[in-house]
Design a protein. Sequence first.
Length: 395
Amino acid sequence: MSDHLKRRIGPGLLTAYGVGVMVGAGIYVLVGTVAAQAGIYAPLAFLLAGLIAAPSALSYAELSTRIPEAAGEAAYVEAGTGSRALGLIVGLAIVAGGTVSAAAVLRGGAGYLTGFVDIPLNFAVVGLGLMLLVVAIIGVLESLAMAALFTVIEVIGLLLVVWSGWQAPVSPDFTAPAAPYFSGIGVAATLAFFAFIGFEDIVNMAEEVKRPERSLPIAIIGSLIITTLLYAGVTVTAVRAVPLEDLAASERPLALVYEAGGGHVAVLSAIAVTAALNGVLAQVVMAARVLFGLGKRGGPLGVFRHAHPRFGTPVLATVLIGAVVIGAALVLPVSDLAGVTSTILLVVFTLVNGALILLKRQSPKAPFRVAAWVPVVGLIFALLTLLAFAFGAVS
């Protein structure tokens, strides 16, 4: 067994991985929720959310070149604060968040699948979960290649929504918009922020990336820009094609947009399943790498520090994460899983930005550097979003 992962990933695959994680299944349901708050100005809310996420993404980009390790956030917090215990807690929180998120998405994707394929839900959960687990074990290049294929299908699906929506008659809400309600736009931007969670997963692939000091910043920043533009385009189309009341009330708002332009809902449902599979695969791969990185620090988690000599992947960590994901998806409803990942990650974003502030004071030099104010703004934005979520602005 080896204690090292194989460097096989370039910036292109890594960017596709980041886009796939962020797009996931979230945009397929989030548009209606955002439109309920911001109305016709929902696209503006998504653009604002991208700006809110940007400082933290830039902080991650610098930290990934300073400390290119698999247990990204854990290593950053440990280096910045000098506390190994806090780093371990952050690492385990990332593993827990990724696992819970993957379970929720797996159950949701299986639900979409049973909508047009006549199989029991539990059979779909186990079948899809095992298929993705095998891919994750075989190799990171194979995993990211499949994720890239899924990402292409997801993006094609969103472009189909845009195309179909522009064929539909224009909604009266779009032709005679109400005056902007800035408080609603702010709340909507906070909601939309959760559609951008995923760029942080990129840094946990650091030990398998060729030239990490170059590839990681490109992938983090590139995936955030691509996703922001996609979200804005899709949301403009949605509020143009579907009345706001219908959009806000639907659990499948993009299907309404697709149907409004004459598209068949089964096509979009199949794409939504693909989006879910991409999200699950990405989270399993990420969480296993964090567990591998924590194992390299020794202690009880040291059993996870080994990579398979042939596949070059952390097999034991991957099997454990995959088993927990499948088990949680079988026994826990999506409603019980919702919100946990977002809360965990906002706390982690706060700690990571704080760690970069401290590291910049200790050593200003880095292969990729951002301005000193960037992590400060990232920390403030993460705290404010966390507070908004805690006080019920985000439900």
